[in-house]
Design a protein around this ligand. Structure first.
Ligand SMILES: [Zn+2]
Length: 121
């Protein structure tokens, strides 16, 4: 579980990747909040694809944090919805959900349809 209190006081607003820096665009400004060390540039003063991907991941940190919060709230809501549902109904609903996900091509490792397909043939 991520301790979100570690991020209190961070620069608010959207973060954007640009060249080797990350800018925060809060308060109408365009403040550099992180910069990739210049000694990591190659001879053409460019960062590698991997370094660019790392910077993009860092710039998306506020979005990822917001998604974690959204998913936690959704999970809490769904758990409350399932409170009081008996085990047989829950098993039935889980099976129906897995079948729907399989049909949509969104199988997880525990997909019961894919597992049983192999056994039936
Ligand atoms: Zn499947």
């Amino acid at each position: 579980m991520i301790d979100e209190s570690k991020y209190e006081g961070r620069t608010e607003g959207k973060w954007e990747y640009d060249s080797a820096t990350i800018h925060a665009t809060a308060k109408g400004g365009n403040e550099i909040i992180a910069e990739y060390p210049c000694w990591n540039y190659n001879k053409d003063q460019l960062i590698t694809k991997e370094e660019e991907a790392n910077l993009r991941l860092m710039a998306d940190a506020p979005l990822l944090l917001a998604e974690v919060k959204r998913l936690r709230e959704e999970n809490t809501y769904l758990n409350h919805m399932l409170d009081g549902v008996d085990k047989h109904t829950l098993d039935y609903l889980a099976e129906e959900a897995q079948i729907k996900m399989h049909e949509a091509g969104e199988c997880y490792d525990f997909c019961i349809v894919c597992e049983t397909d192999g056994e039936e043939e």
